[in-house]
Design a protein around this ligand. Structure first.
Ligand code: AMP
Length: 417
């Protein structure tokens, strides 16, 4: 079976109309997660999917969802949504909606987004007409439900995207409030980059006989990345980073910092030193984050400083270097971070800066990766205990990395520059 057999979109049970959208999107071959999920979702199964952003999972749940919504031929009543997609961050919501809008072109289906940090009145107005697919962050959605701007009683589809990330954001609480408001019977699809224990609880609470699907583990994505580490005192890391940036002047660098404050300070310092740097973290407004990502995607800015949470799930193409300016406290985040540079067919560099207090984190990472990361420079210091945690931005699980593998599209995400 293996080898010459390649699944085609036309074999998955999609209608000609949707096949046309897929073609227009420039997708030639379904990604592994799509090949697995689409037939199951079309058949009405609940799905528990282990997949990161970059695997094509939006189309994996989006195409069958659209297909099912079209098949019923209904139109949404005012203030209702026929399907609900919950995602942890504003960026991810917008990214999902951008993709879905591409797929619904030429159909009467409407896609509406609801995120915090922007005017709620506009969202209330938009929802007043009703929508087919509502893509939302949980917090703002609850606000809108409380204001009676939207009624989920007609929603028969629920997608929980990047669910592991939402666990960290108090999402369980929100979901407990939101899920009972949806109509029955309901098809639920849950996607997550990692499968922490709570995911099983979530799955048994909200999914019915789910089909489990999985694409290559994060570790695989990391195979293509050249990893190294550089021992450095914390206070000298900025200079070290500048040396590395200077040594690869054409590269596009994604720099991970542990805290919002640290990310901003680093970005300001880099800017002041003449580097085109932008940052994304929890203290940035929606508009600021979008501008930063656009600048980075278009190559206008060559350094993006980010926290795990802010970078989560963002589709950032062509990163040549990932710098772990601070090591993540959660070792899985290292895998997700460096996976940002391992795209289909391409390799990349991942360099970790390790201070005395981060040796413990390094040990955990090496244990998880089952390898010793080669040392590129610096002197291994005696291990010190980490200081008590600073402000937010850290301690997050997961971090949607890239794990390509299927043939790229002719038409990868366009940056809306
Ligand atoms: P996602 O994991 O859904 O965020 O998708 C990552 C990127 O892959 C997006 O830019 C999609 O437009 C693109 N994509 C999704 N499915 C395919 C496919 N079958 N072939 C090529 N590109 C795809």
């Amino acid at each position: 079976m293996k080898g010459s057999y390649v699944t085609k979109f036309a074999d998955l049970g999609l209608s000609p109309k949707i096949l046309k959208s897929v073609e227009q999107a420039g997708y030639e071959t379904p990604s592994p997660i799509q090949a697995q999920a689409i037939p199951l979702a079309l058949a009405g199964h609940d799905i528990l999917g282990l997949a990161q952003t970059g695997t094509g999972k939006t189309a994996a749940f989006g195409l069958p969802l659209i297909e099912n919504l079209l098949a019923s031929g209904k139109r949404p009543a005012p203030k209702t949504a026929r399907a609900l997609i919950l995602a942890p961050t504003r960026e991810l919501v917008n990214q999902i909606a951008d993709n879905l809008r591409q797929y619904v072109k030429g159909t009467p289906l409407r896609v509406t987004t609801v995120v915090g940090g922007v005017s709620i009145n506009r969202q209330i107005r938009e929802l007043s007409r009703g929508t087919d697919i509502l893509v939302a962050t949980p917090g703002r959605l609850i606000d809108l439900i409380e204001r009676r701007a939207v009624d989920l009683g007609q929603s028969r589809y629920l997608v929980l995207d990047e669910a592991d990330q939402m666990l960290d954001l108090g999402f369980i609480h929100a979901l407990r409030r939101i899920a009972p408001l949806l109509g029955t019977p309901r098809q639920t699809m849950l996607f997550s980059a990692t499968m922490p224990k709570q995911m099983n609880e979530l799955s048994s609470a909200y999914l019915t006989n789910p089909k489990r699907i999985q694409v290559s583990t994060p570790g695989k994505a990391a195979d293509k990345v050249r990893q190294s580490l550089h021992f450095s005192p914390q206070g000298e890391k900025t200079e070290l980073l500048k040396d590395y940036l200077d040594a690869a002047p054409d590269g596009l660098a994604l720099v991970f910092a542990r805290t919002k404050h640290g990310a901003e300070k680093l970005k300001k310092h880099l800017e002041a030193s003449g580097y085109d740097a932008v940052s994304i973290h929890g203290n940035k407004s929606q508009g600021q984050r979008e501008r930063a990502i656009r600048a980075f995607k278009s190559g206008q800015a060559r350094v993006l400083v980010a926290t795990d949470v802010a970078a989560r799930g963002i589709d950032i193409p062509d990163v040549s270097h990932v710098y772990n300016y601070d090591l993540p406290e959660v070792p899985e985040n290292y895998v997700h971070r460096i996976g940002r540079t391992a795209r289909a067919g391409k390799g990349g560099e991942a360099i970790a800066f390790v201070s005395a207090t981060e040796i413990g984190y390094l040990r955990q990472i090496q244990k998880l990766m089952k390898l010793d990361i080669p040392v590129a420079g610096g002197e291994r210091p005696a291990e010190e205990k980490p200081a008590p945690r600073g402000q937010g931005g850290g301690r997050r699980r997961g971090g949607g990395g890239k794990s390509g593998g299927w043939k790229g599209s002719r038409n990868r995400r366009r940056s809306a520059a």
